[in-house]
Design a protein around this ligand. Structure first.
Ligand code: NA7
Length: 554
């Protein structure tokens, strides 16, 4: 069926938010299926995360051959990645290529931010308010606003006093040369700081790294991809993608079933050494099946990395500060760096531990901690994001009962499959909280979610329905499932942006589903097959719990 459901003048079937990986695939998938679609993007062009995060060293830490669209075989055959972990500029070129190749830019209005959206129950339409002052109407509203797109507030004491150069990694608007010969402070040592620090150190007169929580930084082992490597992937691409779709994290995994204490100390160490040579998420943290569930098992891997840090960093006091002793390996997002620890051996790099000497204030030209004053010419903020809920709250959604989304989720996020939320009919989230997006190759998760949502709205269209809503029961079931799935893991007890603990006052709920992208996909497919239990379509809902379905699925 190729007709649209929404024929009123000025009303489109679907409004999509964002023109990153999600928005572009949404536009492609839905317009191909005959829906009218209007996308709004706050930035001046396509790219999303990869448009904004242009700081030195920015690159993806999921290998590019996987962190790319799989929906079109010709696309994946014609595009050639130059490196295992492509730099930001290359990923942006890829996204631009996709936009042009499928002629998708015409579906978007750029430089236009969605600032509010109100559900109109009588018309069963969303009134979507734009920062241009205009209001547009749509049957469905789908967020592709991303999970890590709203920078965290700059909550560094006294920052406003500082009159030198100030830049944030997530809105980088200077060139690396602007830091040449300067005394630079970098605040934050998550993935962004870890990628930027070694490159800033190469040009700055001095870099002082202000570290709050040391993280695990494994060697990225990035390299050029040879023509033979590219060829061997392309030959097998469909099979590789299928393997990713049914994996744990959306990338091919090494089959690991044994536990850390199933082997001798010597054997364990030998295996960690071998795993340390591998790059990315298949490294040390994936060597044994129980590393993310058993703290003692985890300690063997954590301590292996601690020792690596002590081997690399020459100054013992600096090494001890860099050792991540406050959380288990992998329980908070690990980082993958190039020469990160080695950078602390440079004479122009020093480390300040904010756990020992917190920042008290800043002056026009210095950072003042409880113990010292550090004069600097520039401050680089790499302090992270208001993950998942930040971008969604930014949409200013008002649901059917007149409640704002942030009020509905005051005590914590509540979703159905991470894609819908009760009381917000016809609203969908792609790569939303409580989906596998948080702990997966997000491009693969995006494609799966877009396809599932597209199938659901097509299912409704086929029966003439115009109202789709998660039921309270369906949502409760999914919240229970996500909590039960994460409870036995070390994610559940570790402070991180995964749980909202990086933002003052944010309720502490885990923001992902960690049962694996494969299991999640099969669960979603099964739900569709069974007529969408947990979803009310034109007010009709199947009364069937999700828990038993989740248990049945391997
Ligand atoms: P992250 O991973 O959230 O890292 C932010 C870093 O900034 C982290 O070390 C924080 O320490 C630190 N931080 C945050 N606020 C402050 C203040 N106020 N003062 C000092 N230090 C602070 O963000 P990234 O951008 O690096 O990476 C985000 C994701 O992008 C990453 O996980 C990948 O998925 C890609 P904390 O650990 O909170 O103590």
């Amino acid at each position: 069926m190729n007709s649209t459901t929404t024929s009123a003048p000025g009303v489109v079937d679907v409004i999509g938010v964002g023109a990153g990986f999600t928005g572009l695939y949404l536009a492609h998938r839905l317009t191909t299926a005959g829906w009218t679609f209007a996308g709004f993007e706050a930035g001046p062009s396509v790219g999303g995360t990869w448009f904004w995060n242009t700081y030195p060293g920015a690159r993806c830490d999921v290998e590019s051959i996987y962190y790319s669209y799989s929906f079109d075989e010709t696309l994946q055959q014609e595009w050639t990645w130059s490196q295992r972990f492509a730099p930001q500029a290359e990923i942006l070129r890829y996204i631009e290529h996709v936009a042009d190749r499928f002629d998708l830019r015409k579906h978007f209005t750029f430089d236009t931010r969605v600032v509010g959206a109100t559900w109109n129950e009588a018309d069963r339409l969303w009134d979507v308010h734009l920062d241009s002052g205009e209001t547009r109407r749509s049957r469905y509203l789908i967020s592709g606003a991303g999970g890590l797109s709203t920078p965290k507030d700059f909550d560094v004491p006294g920052l406003a006093n500082f009159t030198g150069l100030q830049v944030s990694t997530s809105r980088w608007n200077i060139s690396l040369d602007d830091l040449a010969g300067k005394r630079v402070a970098v605040i934050g040592t998550g993935s962004s700081g870890v990628q930027a620090i070694p490159l800033i150190a190469q040009v700055a007169e001095h870099v002082t790294v202000f570290q709050r929580t040391p993280n695990y930084v494994m060697p990225a082992r990035n390299s050029e991809l040879s023509p033979e490597q590219v060829e061997s992937i392309k030959v097998d691409y469909p099979a590789i993608r299928e393997e990713c779709r049914h994996s744990l994290g959306g990338i091919p995994e090494r089959p690991v079933t044994d536990k850390a204490f199933d082997v001798s100390d010597e054997e364990r160490l030998r295996r960690y050494e071998a795993a340390y040579e591998l790059s990315g998420f298949n490294g040390v943290g994936a060597e044994f099946a129980d590393l993310i569930t058993d703290i003692d098992a985890n300690r063997t891997a954590s301590e292996f990395i601690h020792d690596k840090i002590r081997e690399i960093v020459e100054d013992p006091a600096t090494a001890e500060l860099l050792v991540p002793k406050y959380h288990p390996l992998g329980a908070k997002r690990s980082c993958f760096g190039t020469d990160y620890y080695e950078t602390f051996n440079r004479p122009n790099v020093s480390l300040v531990s904010l756990r020992d000497e917190p920042i008290e204030t800043m002056t026009a030209n210095a950072i003042v901690t409880s113990s010292d004053t550090y004069e600097v010419d520039a401050v680089v903020l790499a302090i992270g994001f208001d993950a998942f809920t930040g971008p969604l709250y930014g949409l200013g959604l008002t649901g059917a009962s007149g409640q704002k989304l942030q009020d509905a989720w005051r005590d914590g996020v509540r979703t159905y499959l991470g894609m819908m939320t009760a009381d917000f009919p016809n609203f969908f989230m792609v790569a939303g909280p409580q989906s596998p997006a948080l702990a997966s190759n997000v491009v693969m998760s995006i494609e799966q979610a877009v396809d599932w949502i597209a199938d659901l709205i097509e299912h409704a269209r086929d029966s003439g329905a115009t109202l789709i809503e998660a039921t309270a029961e369906g949502q409760n079931d999914w919240v229970d499932i996500t909590e039960e799935t994460v409870a036995p893991t070390l994610y559940a007890t570790t402070d991180s942006w995964y749980r909202g603990s990086n933002v003052e006052g944010k309720p502490n709920t885990f923001m992902g589903y960690v049962g694996g992208v494969g299991k999640y996909r099969r669960m979603c497919t099964e739900i569709a097959k069974r007529g969408y239990p947990g979803v009310a379509i034109d007010g009709e809902a199947l009364s069937r719990n999700l828990g038993p379905i989740h248990q049945e699925i391997s």
